[in-house]
Ligand binder design. Structure first.
Ligand code: ADP
Ligand code: ASP
Ligand code: MG
Length: 462
């Protein structure tokens, strides 16, 4: 049996959590590969430090780094006492190196995506040796290993894409043989490198993705994602207090849920697991005996229609509207080409059947840029009034109801929108994927929580 275990930010941020991590890893039989996140809040802190440096405020950036280093040193002192001397030295080295990077950013007043990746991955570089030292001290020999040179990606810094064949080759030659000597590798999540060794990162929340990539590359029998809740829940527990952990779900449902904001699992995580048909389980570090949520290809149907309701905020709706667009071939293509040329990702599209408008949902901070660029693209049409206007509505949120049981069940949309109507939530745009696995709609950001609660209540009434 070979298991990859990933521990998230809160699972490595306190002595209580870390002792639990040591017990979980120590009690598991067979080959184990551990993947760790930065401690909760650290990656945010590093981004803040990089922002300060880019604004020329080297001293502020340095202060943030010293605070982060101190917090980690305290953790080591609490857990390992004098036994933590080696790890403390490593933290000091890593901190000094990161401060040097921040100083050069401050001199240039410019932080490239490549420099940013070198800075914001500090968190995982320090948490891995802490976890490895703790495991060793509690009777499970372990060693910290950087994912650089193991997970190989392209050079899209900040959001790199793994190269599976190259990754597999490196992992098979450099990581798998180590498993035979019974020392548990503790690998840095989130970060990776290009084939020639430049540090990259896999995007925010990317440690889940690291774990899935590694699970596929080591031919794991199971991927366990340990977090601070007892599985994937029927809604974000911070929004819906009586949300319940789901007894099981499919890869497809997990992919939809994470795409539309369920932070519990990174959107791209399930792909390597699906391809390698590795079962994924979401478990709670703080309640390791809870059953959690297994995610597999074909879970037995459980009679539910909507399994979970999720939402994603800080978005903007851009609408291109005008009667002169009806039936004009290539119109939508020009809208999407413009969006792609700006490098903006589109989360949802909706077009009315009269073809009078096309709506795109994109990150809120990109709406003004896209509007200006669409106005340039359609300047002639705007002058002729074939295109009436390019409108922006922000901030908005997407809410999605997800579940395999929706497929072929009549009346689901009526129940979703009936519940929203009763809650007096105004729906701005609607989309349903042809997979019938989700119904998603756009509401004003201020109505997001109310909308999630209304849909959740409709399908999960006790
Ligand atoms: P980690 O650091 O362990 O990766 P995250 O903070 O990234 O943890 O994800 C776990 C959090 O996701 C939970 O604490 C919870 O607040 C949030 N969350 C949002 N939607 C859901 C959901 N549907 N089910 C479970 N957790 C959710
Ligand atoms: N530390 C990274 C982040 O906060 C990756 C992760 O936690 O998964 O985004
Ligand atoms: Mg996470």
């Amino acid at each position: 049996m070979r298991t990859v275990l990933k521990f998230g930010g809160t699972s490595v941020a306190s002595p209580t959590a870390l002792e639990s991590v040591a017990r979980i890893v120590g009690s598991l039989k067979g080959d184990r590969v551990v993947v760790v996140s930065a401690t909760a809040g650290t990656t945010d802190g590093l981004h803040a430090a990089a922002d300060q440096a880019a604004a020329g405020h080297a001293a502020d950036a340095e202060r943030i780094m010293n605070d982060l280093a101190k917090a980690h040193a305290n953790l080591v002192a609490d857990l390992l006492g004098v036994g933590g001397a080696d790890v403390l030295r490593e933290i000091t080295d890593l901190t000094e190196r990161t401060i040097a990077l921040l100083r050069s950013v401050a001199i240039l007043r410019e932080c490239s995506a490549r420099s940013l990746d070198a800075i914001v991955t500090y968190g995982e570089r320090v948490s891995a040796p802490i976890v490895a030292a703790l495991l060793t001290a509690r009777g499970t020999p372990a060693e910290a290993i950087s994912a650089e040179g193991l997970i190989i990606t392209d050079d899209v810094f900040g959001h790199a894409n793994p190269l599976p064949a190259e990754t597999r080759k490196r992992v098979q030659t450099e990581l798998v043989p180590r498993l035979a000597n019974r020392t548990v590798p503790v690998i840095t999540g989130y970060l990776a490198s290009t084939a020639d060794g430049l540090t990259t990162s896999l995007g925010r929340g990317g440690s889940d993705y690291s774990a899935a990539i590694l699970a596929a590359a080591v031919n794991a029998d199971e991927l366990r994602i340990y977090t601070d809740v007892s599985g994937v829940m029927s809604a974000d527990p911070r929004i819906v207090r009586d949300a319940k952990p789901l007894p099981r779900m499919s890869y497809a449902e997990a992919a939809e849920l994470s795409y539309f904001g369920a932070k519990v699992i990174h959107p791209r995580t399930v792909l390597p697991a699906i391809e390698a048909r590795i079962p994924v389980k979401i478990l709670n570090t703080f309640a390791p005996d809870d059953v959690g949520t297994p995610i597999t290809a074909d879970p037995a149907p459980d009679g539910s229609v909507v399994k979970a309701t999720t939402s994603l905020g800080a978005l903007g709706l851009v609408t291109v509207q005008g009667a002169g667009m009806s039936g004009v071939p290539g119109f939508a293509a020009r809208v999407f080409d413009t969006t792609a040329a700006e490098g903006i990702s589109v989360l949802m599209i909706s077009q009315s059947s009269s073809e009078n408008s096309i709506c795109l949902v994109i990150p809120a901070d990109a709406t003004d840029r896209l509007r200006a660029s669409l106005e340039r693209m359609f300047s002639a049409e705007l002058r002729r009034h074939d295109v009436e206007r390019v409108e922006v509505d922000a901030p908005v949120a997407i809410v999605a109801a997800v579940g395999e049981g929706m497929r072929g069940t009549p009346g689901v949309a009526a129940r979703v929108f009936g519940a929203l109507g009763r809650a007096k939530v105004n729906v701005i745009a609607i989309a349903q994927g042809s997979s019938e696995l989700n119904i998603s709609f756009v509401v004003q950001e201020a109505e997001r929580d109310k909308a999630v609660r209304a849909v959740h209540e409709e399908f999960h009434r006790a």
